[in-house]
Design a protein around this ligand. Structure first.
Ligand code: SF4
Ligand code: FE
Length: 478
C-alpha cells in the first residue's frame, strides 16, 4: 500500500493532458487549482497506513490474501459494506470535502458482478480479464476514476439516435489487438489525480446501441485522452491566498473534469464489456446503488464539520444560548444522522451475489441519496440562518492583512470577545464555502439526479405487493 506521500510521488509519473483556463496543468500535485484535491485523495492513502484506522481503511484481498487499501477491495461481507460507510464518514470529517476515490471503488464492484453475469450467460472471459486488472490495481494501490456519466446530448434520444454519435462513448473500431473508443465522460470526480479510469455505460441500451455497450480500463494519460478541469464556486480565491477558500488544504467538493476520449485505443485484455446491451441497465443500477450508498457516509462526515462550524459561529456571535439556535443545531444533526441511518441500513441489508461479492440493498441505497438531495440543502440553510448575513459580505483576506484596513476589520468583526475577529472570519469562510454553490449542486446531482433515484425507488417499491396487502384487508378481490 502507498502512503499519502508515495501517492503524490506516483502521480508525478503519470502525465495526463489537463487544461484549465486555457492552459495545460503541468503538475496536478503542485498546481494551486488541483493541489487541494490531491491532498484530499491522499488522505485515503495516508489513513490506510495509520494503525489506528486499519480496520476501516484496509481489507484482505480475496484475490491475493494480502492487506490492501479498502478503496481497491471487492466487498466480501455486509461488514465490508458497513465499514465502507464508516470509513467515508471518518475521512470526510478530516477533509471536510470529497476525497474522490469512491467512484472507482464502486465502478470496480459493479464491474466485478456484471462481468461475472455476462460470462455466465455468454461464455465470454470478461470476468477473468477484469480480475487480472483488479489484481494489478490492488498490488499497485492505484486510484481509479469511475467513469460512467456520458455527456448525453438530447436527453429524449437514445445513444444511437443522437445527431452526433460521440455524445455517448462508443466503439468506433474493432481490431485484432483491441478496440478504439470515442466520446466524452462528464463530471469526472478525481480524474485529474487518478492513475486510471474504469469506463462503463451510462444508461440502459436497446438494440442498435451495441457500440455503446462498452466497459474498459484506460490510463488517464493514454493517447487521445484530454481532460478539461471544471470550475467551482470561488475557485479563483485559491490563487489569492488561503483564508477566503475556507478549507485551503483540501478544497471544497471533488474537482471534476470533462474527459474527452478522442479515438483512444484499448487492448482487448482491458475490455470488460463490448456489445452486451442487455447488461447495461443492471450495470448502471449496481454502480449507482453502490455510489448512492456512500452519501450517508461522506456527506454526513462533511456535515459533522459544517454543524461544528455552525455551533462555533453561534458561540462567536454570542447567540449560542438562544433556544432556537440549539433547536436548529439539533435539526441539522437529525438531518445528517438520518442520511447515515439509511447508508448503514442499505449496507446491513446487503446480499451476497452469485459472483461471490456483496451488493447493497438497491431501494435503501436510493433512499440515502434522495434524502441527501434535500437534507444537505436544509442543513446548509440552517447553517446560513445561524451564521448571520456577514458570511455573504465579509471583506477580502488581503484587506484583513492590509495595514490601512486590517485594524478596522479586526476591531469591527469581533462578536463574543472570547474569540478574535480573524478566527470568526476563518470559521465563517469555512461555513460559507461548505454550504453553497458547487458543494450543494454536488449533493443534488452527484451519484445521479433526484429523478434517477425516484425511478429506481418506483422500480424497487414492489407496488403489486403493496396493493395486495391493501386489497386483502379491505376484502377486495383483485
Ligand atoms: Fe466519494 Fe462522496 Fe466524493 Fe462521491 S462525493 S467521490 S462518495 S467522497
Ligand atoms: Fe460524487
Amino acid at each position: 500500500m502507498m502512503n499519502g506521500k508515495e501517492y503524490k510521488e506516483s502521480l508525478k509519473k503519470v502525465h495526463p493532458t489537463i487544461y484549465y483556463m486555457g492552459e495545460k496543468i503541468e503538475s496536478v500535485v503542485d498546481h494551486p487549482m488541483t493541489k487541494p484535491h490531491v491532498n484530499s485523495a491522499a488522505m485515503t492513502y495516508e489513513l490506510a497506513c495509520d494503525p489506528m484506522y486499519e480496520n476501516l481503511m484496509t481489507a484482505k484481498s480475496h484475490l491475493t490474501g494480502k492487506k490492501i487499501n479498502r478503496f481497491t477491495h471487492v466487498h466480501q461481507s455486509t461488514e465490508d459494506l458497513v465499514n465502507k460507510v464508516k470509513m467515508m464518514r471518518m475521512i470526510a470529517q478530516k477533509t471536510g470535502t470529497c476525497f474522490q476515490r469512491c467512484v472507482g471503488l464502486d465502478a470496480m464492484n459493479a464491474t466485478f458482478i456484471t462481468t461475472y453475469n455476462m460470462d455466465k450467460k455468454y461464455g465470454t472471459d470478461y470476468h477473468k480479464k477484469f480480475l487480472k486488472w483488479l489484481e494489478y490495481v490492488q498490488e499497485n494501490d492505484l486510484m481509479i476514476a469511475g467513469s460512467m456519466t456520458d455527456v448525453k446530448g438530447d436527453r429524449s434520444k437514445k445513444p444511437s439516435g443522437q445527431s452526433d454519435p460521440d455524445l455517448f462513448t462508443h466503439v468506433v473500431e474493432k481490431r485484432e489487438d483491441g478496440i478504439v473508443i470515442k466520446g466524452a465522460k462528464a463530471h469526472m470526480t478525481g480524474m485529474a489525480n487518478s492513475h486510471e479510469m474504469l469506463i462503463l455505460p451510462t444508461t440502459n441500451l436497446l438494440p442498435g446501441d451495441e457500440d455503446y455497450a462498452i466497459a474498459c480500463a484506460v490510463p488517464v494519460d493514454a493517447e487521445g485522452v484530454i481532460h478539461i478541469f471544471g470550475r467551482q464556486t470561488n475557485d479563483q480565491r485559491r490563487l489569492q491566498g488561503d483564508l477566503d477558500t475556507g478549507n485551503s488544504e483540501y478544497a471544497i467538493v471533488g474537482g471534476e473534469t470533462l474527459t474527452v476520449l478522442d479515438n483512444v485505443f484499448v487492448p482487448w485484455d482491458r475490455v470488460f464489456m463490448c456489445g452486451e446491451i442487455e447488461f447495461a441497465q443492471d450495470y448502471v443500477t449496481r454502480f449507482a446503488a453502490y455510489h448512492r450508498q456512500n452519501y450517508g457516509g461522506c456527506k454526513v462526515g462533511n456535515s459533522d464539520v459544517l454543524i461544528g462550524a455552525t455551533s462555533l459561529i453561534a458561540k462567536m456571535n454570542g447567540t449560542n444560548k438562544a433556544s432556537h439556535i440549539k433547536d436548529k443545531l439539533i435539526e441539522m444533526t437529525h438531518l445528517a444522522e438520518t442520511m447515515y441511518c439509511c447508508s448503514l441500513a442499505c449496507s446491513y441489508e446487503g446480499v451476497k451475489e452469485e459472483a461471490g461479492s456483496y451488493y447493497v440493498n438497491t431501494l435503501l441505497a436510493n433512499e440515502v441519496k434522495l434524502n441527501c438531495t434535500r437534507n444537505m440543502y436544509e442543513i446548509s440553510r440552517l447553517a446560513h440562518d445561524i451564521a448571520g448575513g456577514f458570511i455573504a459580505t465579509l471583506p477580502h483576506e488581503w484587506d484583513l492583512k492590509a495595514e490601512e484596513t486590517g485594524k478596522y476589520i479586526r476591531k469591527f468583526f469581533v462578536g463574543n470577545d472570547a474569540y478574535s475577529a480573524e478566527d470568526r472570519i476563518k470559521i465563517a469562510r469555512l461555513l460559507e464555502n461548505m454550504s453553497g454553490g458547487t458543494a450543494l449542486a454536488e449533493s443534488m446531482h452527484g451519484a445521479g439526479s433526484p429523478q434517477a433515484m425516484r425511478i429506481m425507488i418506483y422500480r424497487e417499491s414492489n407496488m403489486d405487493q403493496k396493493e395486495k396487502l391493501a386489497a386483502k384487508l379491505a376484502h377486495v378481490e383483485l
